[in-house]
Write a new protein. Structure first.
Length: 300
């Protein structure tokens, strides 16, 4: 999950010619094109990376900057300009020092401050400005069953292993920041941050809406009419429920506190809503049909 290695994405060496880059791009683009992978999100992500890699490496100027600056290639002109201005100011300050015996290096950071604002800082006299490293963005797919409780995972970021705790109840599409786990800073600046976007895949028979869960429970005709006791699977085990006599199909009951954990609210859970569906008997015997006819006559 470090910055994208465009050469690796295209599957070419760093000494590849422009024709080799073009050929590699066309070959991979045919395989990953969205029209051929309409429901494959991973293929679509790789296709976007492929286009980005081709856009940079097929342009001689962009490729030169990428080869020199890596993850920070887009800021190459700023770095070069800042270095030139700083060299000019230092020469001017040295000339002043020859006459006054001192100089103020605070002026060296003006360009950095104007260009990058809070991303450029100056520690003080005699020290140069620095840039915060590139922020990394990544997707993390987790099953719904795996985030009912806090979950520990180990990720590898730029060759470094990071242990993190995924809080129970994280939402689909939610983004969290892991400070200091992005790209390295420039001129000893701080690392960037890592932003993780969660995609929760439902591997259960529950439907989730926030901290509440919904589930359909089938009951037989006789239990619906006469009432009875059933067992229902919840996220944390089986529970016994009493079904009232005369329960209609579509009737709903609420199990308080049997839903999903609330994000970063330890011990707090939503509710579980159960919807009954009455299962009618199939393949009735002659005797059963006769009894149902008798019931029908009694009811009428």
């Amino acid at each position: 999950m470090s910055y994208i290695d465009y050469y690796k994405v295209l599957g070419v060496s760093r000494s590849a010619t422009s024709d080799e880059i073009k050929k590699a791009y066309r070959k991979k683009a045919r395989k990953l094109h969205p029209d051929l992978n309409p429901d494959d999100k991973e293929a679509q992500r790789k296709f976007q990376e492929l286009n980005e890699a081709n856009k940079v490496l097929s342009d001689p100027e962009k490729r030169k900057k990428y080869d020199q600056y890596g993850a920070n290639w887009e800021h190459a002109e700023h770095y070069d300009q800042a270095q030139q201005q700083r060299a000019g100011r230092r020469a001017h300050a040295d000339q002043q020092q020859a006459y006054s015996g001192s100089y103020d290096e605070d002026t060296f950071s003006d360009f950095f401050e104007q260009m990058f604002g809070a991303s450029a800082r100056q520690y003080g006299r005699g020290q140069t400005s620095y840039f915060k490293g590139q922020d990394y963005h990544a997707e993390l797919r987790v099953p719904l069953s795996g985030i009912y409780r806090d979950q520990q995972q180990t990720l590898t970021v730029n060759g470094k292993k990071i242990r993190l705790t995924i809080p129970a109840g994280v939402e689909n599409g939610q983004k969290i920041r892991i400070k200091g786990q992005g790209g390295p800073g420039v001129q000893d600046g701080p690392h960037g941050d890592l932003y993780l976007t969660f995609f929760v895949e439902n591997d259960t028979d529950f439907k989730r809406e926030g901290e509440n869960l919904y589930k359909e429970v089938a009951i037989d005709l006789y239990t619906a009419i006469l009432g009875g006791e059933i067992r229902v699977q919840t996220f944390d085990g089986l529970v016994k429920l009493k079904v009232k006599p005369g329960t209609d199909s579509g009737a709903q009951v609420k199990l308080k506190g049997k839903g999903f954990p609330k994000y970063k609210k330890k011990g707090e859970l939503g509710d579980l809503y159960l919807t009954y569906t009455v299962r009618l008997p199939k393949h009735l015997s002659a005797k059963e049909k006769e009894l149902f006819h008798e019931l029908k006559q009694l009811r009428s």
